[in-house]
Design a protein around this ligand. Sequence first.
Ligand SMILES: Cc1cc2nc3c(=O)[nH]c(=O)nc-3n(C[C@H](O)[C@H](O)[C@H](O)COP(=O)(O)OP(=O)(O)OC[C@H]3O[C@@H](n4cnc5c(N)ncnc54)[C@H](O)[C@@H]3O)c2cc1C
Length: 347
Amino acid sequence: MPKNVNLDEWRGIWVYAEQRRGEVSPVTWELVGAARRLADAVDTYVAVVLIGDGVGRYAEQAFAFGADKAFVAEHPELAEFRTEVYGRLVVDLVLERKPEIFLLPATTQGRDLASTVATDLACGLTADTTQLEMDVEKRMLLATRPTFGGQQLATITSARWRPQMATVRPKVMPRPEPVPGRTGEVIRLEVGDVGADAPTRVLRVVEESNESRILDEADVIVAAGRGIGSKANLYLVEELAEALGGQVAGSRPVCDAGWLPKARQIGQTGITVRPKLYVAVGISGAIQHVVGMMQSGTIVAINADPKAPIFQVAHVGIVGDLFKVVPALTQAVRQRGRRAVLETVGG
Ligand SMILES: Cc1cc2nc3c(=O)[nH]c(=O)nc-3n(C[C@H](O)[C@H](O)[C@H](O)COP(=O)(O)OP(=O)(O)OC[C@H]3O[C@@H](n4cnc5c(N)ncnc54)[C@H](O)[C@@H]3O)c2cc1C
C-alpha cells in the first residue's frame, strides 16, 4: 500500500460472499443490503466477490438483493476455503479495482480472510461491527462496535487508507427483500493454476456441530439464564420451547456451567440471533447478552426483579417467579395452540 493513497481512485462497496460446499451463506445477503444502503448514500456501485467452484450461479441472487456487479472466481482448487489462496485472489482484485469499502461476515471464515487481506493491504479493519453508517461528505465509513467488554460503543473510521474494511456478524443487519429480475454485470476472473503452489491442501472436511446453525434458523428461541438455578430445571424452558415449536438457548453463565452446550450461548461471545420471538427466562439483560438478541422481532422477558435491565429491551415484560410463570405459559400455549400465540406476537 503506497504511503499517500489517492482516495478519489477508490470507488464501490464490496461484499465477500462466504461459501461452504458451494453454498453461499445467507449473511452475504444481509451484507449486500447494508452495502446497498451505504452505496446509495454516496452514489456508487455494490459488488459481491464470489470465490469457489460453481458459485457463479449465485450472481443472480446477489443482483436481486441489491448488487450491481459480481466478481466470480471459479476453479475446482477453490472449492474449499483456504486462507492463503482466497487471500491472494482478493488482495490482487482489490489492488486492481480499488473498492472504497469492503465488508465481510464476522464468521470464522470471514474473520480469517479479513485479517489476512487487511494485513497484506496494510489498511484498517473494524471487526464485529453492529452498525454501519456513512459520512457522505468525506465518503468515510462509520463502523460502530461494542468495546470495553461491551460497556461502550465505539465508532471507528479509516480516514486515510483504502479500502475501509469491516466484518459484520450474521443477523445484525436486516436481510433485504429480493427484487426478482434485477440484473447486474458478471465479471469472470482469470484464475489460471490458482492454489497449485499453496502450502496447504484440504484432505477431508469434518462437519462441525450444527447447533448454532439451528439457532440461526429458529423463528422462536426460549433462552434460560442463571435464574433457572440448575440444569435440572432446564426442562421448564425445554417444555415452553417445544410448545412454541422453538429452540432452547442460554446466557453465558448457563453455558459456562455446562447446562447447555457452548454453541447455544447468545451474546457477545456467543452467537447473534434474530428470531421472530425471543423469550428470556431468568436473564438479567447484561449488555453482553443483549447485543446478541436485541434485533429479535418480539422479546418477552420473565424476571422476578422489576428493575432487571432486560425489561428495557423487552416488548412484553412479565415480573414474577419463573417457576410459576413458565409452566403457566407453557400450559396456555398448549391450550391456545402455537399458531394463535405466535400470531399474537406477530411471529
Ligand atoms: C467480555 C464479556 C463477554 C460476555 N459475553 C456474554 C455473552 O456472550 N452472553 C451472555 O449471556 N453473557 C455474556 N457475558 C456475561 C454478562 O456480563 C452477564 O454476566 C450474563 O449475561 C448474566 O447472565 P444471566 O442474565 O443468565 O445471569 P444473572 O445476571 O445472574 O441474572 C439472573 C436473573 O435471573 C433472575 N431470577 C433469579 N431467580 C428468578 C426466578 N425464580 N424467577 C424469575 N427470575 C429470576 C434475577 O432477577 C436475575 O435478573 C459476558 C461478559 C463479559 C465481561
